[in-house]
Design a protein. Structure first.
Length: 134
């Protein structure tokens, strides 16, 4: 997959979000790290009403879903505000599933691609290689 010039790349799991911008060309991407974004976890994700039980042994999954919902809300707002014109999302499989539940139609319109893989904590070179291979 090509990375359009100026595209934002969001790399997420249930706890971490890393944002990058392609300051290079589509044929020669150069990702640079962006400032961390504030993520609200007020939205308890799609499973906001469930509580810990034997079927759901901890609150950690609910917290991860809330983080994913907050990440989608932040990305939606930036798209609607015109701050993001092209977006690629690389996320852990479960996080990606939760993110998709919260995409705004405007975000879907500028979404270049999604990659279901956990690359948080990996180098920029690893992110570039993974996107290029998809």
């Amino acid at each position: 997959m090509k990375i359009p010039k100026g595209a934002i790349i969001a790399v997420a799991d249930g706890e971490i979000l890393n944002l990058y911008r392609n300051n290079g060309e589509e044929t020669a991407p150069k990702l640079t790290a962006m400032q961390d974004a504030a993520i609200s976890t007020e939205n308890k994700g799609s499973g906001g009403r469930h509580h810990s039980s034997s079927a759901n042994p901890s609150d950690s999954q609910q917290e991860e879903d809330s983080f994913a919902a907050g990440t989608a809300a932040m990305l939606n707002k930036r798209v609607l505000d015109g701050e993001i014109e092209a977006l690629i999302i690389v996320a852990a499989p479960r996080t990606l599933g939760e993110l998709r539940k919260h995409y705004h139609k405007a975000l879907l319109a500028i979404l270049v691609g999604e990659i279901s893989k956990d690359l948080t904590g990996h180098s920029i070179a690893d992110v570039e290689k993974t996107i290029d291979a998809n």
